[in-house]
Write a protein that binds this ligand. Structure first.
Ligand code: MIC
Ligand code: SF4
Length: 639
C-alpha cells in the first residue's frame, strides 16, 4: 500500500522519527544566486570534498555589467574543481531544466538550494528545495532532515482540451489550494489523466507546487518517463515506479482535465487565478516566455507554431528565453527559432533572466504577461508593474493581439511533433578534476565571509522593528533583481536593501538598531524562494526573533539554521495588539522553549501573550548552538 513518495524514501533508506524524515540525498543541485554562500559555508566548515553527486549551475546571475557576477563564477568554478563538484557553465541553461534533461533519475532524491528543485518530480525523482546551509551540510555527506510531510494524492482523469496545457492544470490547483495550501505536504499525481502528460508537462506541474508551499510534488515513473529518458539519451536511468493500487494518501483530490480552461494568475500572487476569458482585452506592454516552468521544447514548439507566418503586435514586446541549450539547438534544427524570430520576438540568453528581475523589467505601471511561476509585486524589477502568469499558448495568442487573449480563438490546435531524440551535448558541463589539490581558489573582492549566528540567550529583549502582513515573500524581505543578485556573496552589501519592499525607510534605521530586535509577521511568512539571505542579512544586524501567524517551510528552517527564533502566535488575534516599536521581553527562554509554550511580555502595552515553536529536539540543539553552522562544525570536529 505504498505511494511513490514512500517508495522513493524506501529506496533512499530514509529513516523516520515522529516528526522528521532523515535522508541522504543522491544528488545536490546548487545555483549561482544561492550557491556562493553554500560554497563559503563549506569552506567555513572546513569541508574538503563533497560526498553526493553535486552540480553548481550558473544560470541566475549571467548579466555581466560589473565584475561581481563574473568574479562569483570564477570562485564557483575553481572551488567546484577543488571539492569535487560539477559545474554547468553560463549559457547551458536553467538549473531545473538542465537537471531534468541531464541528471534526473526516477526513484532518487535531489536536494537543491532553490525552491523549484521539485521540478525533477516530473521524471519520478523526489526534488526538495532547501536553504543553502542545509544543502551545504548534505554536500558534506551529513544527513538532510525534512519535517515529516503529509502525502496528498491528486488523481487526474480525462484529457486536456485544445489550447489548454499543464500550466493551466497547476494554476487550477493553485486557485483551489492557494499559496499556503501545500504547507507540510508532498503532492503526488496519479490516475488515467497522467498518461496524456509528457514529462515536460509533469515538470511544469511539479515546478509550481513550490508556489503552494508544498514540500515536493512527484509523478510516477512510467512508459512516458521511459520515452523521455530515451529522447535525452538516458534510457539506462529508467526504472518503473508507480504507487501500489491500494496506496495510502492523507488527503485525496480528483481533477478532470477535460473541465480545465485556459487560466491566468492576476497580479500580484500566483493563486489569484481566473479564466483567461474573464480578463481578455487587457493591454500588455510585454510578454515573456521562458523560465524553469515553461521553456521546454514542447512549449517553444507550440509558440513557434502560433507565431508562424504571423506578426507580434506592434504595441507589445515578446521576449523568449529557451530553458536549455539543448532546447535552443532543437529550436534551430526544427525551424522553430526562425518562426519566432520572423514574427518579431526578442531572443534572450538561455538562463533565468527576467523571471527573477534580471533584465527586461517592464515599463512603469505597465502590464506584463509571463509564462513564469511568480508574480509578487516588484519581482520583475518594476515596482508598479502588473505581472500576469499564464501558459505558453495564452502568451503566444496574446503576443499576436497585444492584449490578454484566449488562445482557443486561434482555431485548430497545432499538431506538435516533438523530436524523438534530443542531441546530447554536455560540452558546457565541467567535471571535477582528479588533481584537485593543485587547484587555486579564486575569490574576487566582492566575496565577503558569511555571518555566523550566535547562541540564543536565556532572556531575549528588544523592540519590534518591522510588522508585516500575510504571505510576505522572501522577495519582499530581500529583493532579487540584477543589482541585488550581484551582492549575493556580499551580505554587508545587502544590508541597505533588507525589507525595502515592505518598508522603504527601513534602511534609515539600520545604523541605530540594537543587537536584538523582533519582527512580527502574518500568515505564510517567508513564502517563495529558498534564499537564506532573507534570514542571514537581517540576522547580521540583530534580528533575533520572528513571531508570525505561520511560516513557509524553508524560511522557518533557515531561521533556525541561523539561530533566529521562529515563534508562532497561539492566538492569531494577538498579532493585532502588537505595534511597531513595542518593546518585547521573553524570559527563561531555554526552559520555556522546551515546553513549547513561550510567553512574551509586551512591556510597552503591559500585557503578555503566548507563542509556540514546535522545534524538534535536534532543531532545539541547533538553535542553542546559534545555528546549523556552529552545530555542524562542533559535530565534525568531534568526529
Ligand atoms: C527564485 O525563483 O526566486 C530563485 C531566484 O530561483 C530562488 C533562489 C534564489 O533566491 O536565489 C528560489 O526559487 O529559491
Ligand atoms: Fe530561475 Fe525563475 Fe526558475 Fe527561479 S523560478 S530558478 S529565477 S527560472
Amino acid at each position: 500500500m505504498q505511494n511513490v513518495f514512500h517508495k522513493i524514501l524506501k529506496n533512499n533508506k530514509a529513516e523516520f522519527t515522529n516528526d522528521e524524515v532523515i535522508l541522504y540525498p543522491d544528488q545536490i543541485l546548487t545555483q549561482d544566486a544561492t550557491g556562493t554562500v553554500v560554497y563559503l559555508q563549506l569552506e567555513a566548515m572546513g569541508i574538503k570534498k563533497v560526498k553526493p553527486f553535486s552540480i553548481m549551475y550558473i544560470d541566475h546571475n549571467t548579466l555581466q555589467v560589473g565584475n561581481e557576477n563574473q568574479d562569483d563564477h570564477k570562485y564557483l568554478q575553481s572551488l567546484s574543481q577543488k571539492i569535487g563538484a560539477h559545474i554547468s557553465k553560463a549559457g547551458n541553461g536553467i538549473c531545473h531544466s538542465v537537471h531534468l534533461e541531464t541528471f534526473s533519475k526516477p526513484g532518487q532524491v535531489v536536494v537543491g538550494s532553490d525552491s523549484h528543485t521539485p521540478t525533477a518530480g516530473g521524471a519520478g525523482m523526489l526534488g526538495i528545495g532547501a536553504g543553502g546551509l542545509d544543502v551545504a551540510v548534505a554536500m558534506a555527506g551529513e544527513a538532510f532532515y525534512l519535517p515529516r510531510p503529509r502525502v496528498v494524492g491528486i488523481r487526474l482523469e480525462g484529457e486536456l482540451g485544445p489550447w489548454v496545457s499543464a500550466k493551466d492544470v497547476i494554476l487550477y490547483i493553485l486557485q483551489q489550494l492557494t499559496v499556503k495550501g501545500g504547507y507540510g505536504k508532498v503532492i503526488e499525481y496519479f490516475g488515467p489523466g497522467i498518461k496524456k502528460l509528457s514529462v515536460y508537462d509533469r515538470a511544469t506541474i511539479c515546478n509550481l507546487g513550490a508556489e503552494m508551499g508544498a514540500t515536493s510534488s512527484v509523478f510516477p515513473s512510467d512508459e512516458i518517463t521511459l520515452e523521455f529518458l530515451k529522447s535525452v539519451g538516458r534510457e539506462y536511468d529508467w526504472r518503473e515506479l508507480v504507487a501500489d493500487s491500494d496506496a495510502h494518501y492523507d488527503e485525496l483530490y480528483d481533477i478532470n482535465l477535460s473541465n480545465i480552461e485556459p487560466l491566468i494568475a492576476l497580479p500580484h500572487s500566483p493563486d489569484n487565478v481566473v479564466k483567461v476569458s474573464e480578463v481578455k482585452g487587457i493591454p500588455l506592454a510585454q510578454i515573456a516566455i521562458g523560465s524553469c516552468t515553461n521553456s521546454s521544447m514542447r512549449d517553444m514548439a507550440v509558440v513557434a507554431e502560433v507565431l508562424k507566418d504571423r506578426r507580434v503586435a506592434q504595441s507589445t514586446d515578446l521576449v523568449i528565453t529557451p530553458g536549455t541549450r539543448r532546447v535552443l539547438t532543437m529550436m534551430i534544427e526544427t525551424g522553430a527559432l526562425k518562426n519566432i524570430v520572423d514574427a518579431g520576438a526578442r531572443i534572450l540568453e538561455v538562463a533565468c533572466g527576467p523571471c527573477n528581475g534580471v533584465g527586461q523589467s517592464p515599463a512603469s505601471g505597465s502590464n506584463s504577461l509571463r509564462t513564469y511561476n511568480r508574480n509578487y509585486k516588484g519581482r520583475s524589477g518594476t515596482a508598479d508593474a502588473n505581472v500576469y502568469l499564464a501558459s505558453p499558448e495564452t502568451a503566444a495568442a496574446s503576443a499576436l493581439t497585444g492584449c490578454i487573449t484566449d488562445p482557443r480563438g486561434l482555431g485548430k490546435y497545432p499538431q506538435i511533433s516533438l523530436p524523438e531524440f534530443y542531441p546530447v551535448n554536455i560540452n558546457m558541463i565541467i567535471k571535477p578534476v582528479k588533481t584537485s589539490e593543485v587547484v587555486e581558489v579564486i575569490k574576487g573582492p566582492n566575496i565577503k565571509p558569511v555571518p555566523i549566528g550566535k547562541p540564543v540567550p536565556d532572556c531575549i529583549e528588544g523592540t519590534v522593528e518591522l510588522k508585516a502582513g500575510d504571505n510576505v515573500s522572501t522577495d519582499d524581505i530581500l529583493p532579487g533583481g540584477a543589482k541585488m543578485l550581484a551582492l549575493r556573496s556580499n551580505v554587508p552589501g545587502c544590508v541597505p536593501h533588507v525589507f525595502s519592499r515592505i518598508d522603504p525607510e527601513f534602511k534609515n534605521k539600520v545604523q541605530n538598531l540594537s543587537s536584538s530586535w523582533f519582527v512580527i509577521g502574518g500568515e505564510n511568512y517567508g513564502q517563495g524562494s529558498s534564499r537564506e539571505h532573507a534570514v542571514m542579512v537581517p540576522m547580521s544586524i540583530g534580528m533575533r526573533v520572528v513571531i508570525a501567524k505561520s511560516f513557509a517551510r524553508i524560511y522557518r528552517q533557515n531561521l533556525t539554521n541561523y539561530g533566529v527564533v521562529p515563534l508562532i502566535f497561539t492566538k492569531s488575534a494577538d498579532y493585532d495588539l502588537i505595534e511597531l516599536c513595542d518593546e518585547l521581553i521573553i524570559e527563561r527562554f531555554h526552559e520555556q522553549i522546551k515546553n513549547n509554550h513561550i510567553e512574551v511580555y509586551n512591556k510597552t502595552k503591559d500585557f503578555s501573550f503566548t507563542t509556540s515553536c514546535s522545534l524538534t529536539n535536534r532543531e532545539l540543539v541547533i538553535l542553542f548552538h546559534g545555528g546549523l553552522m556552529n552545530y555542524t562544525k562542533t559535530k565534525l570536529e568531534a568526529k
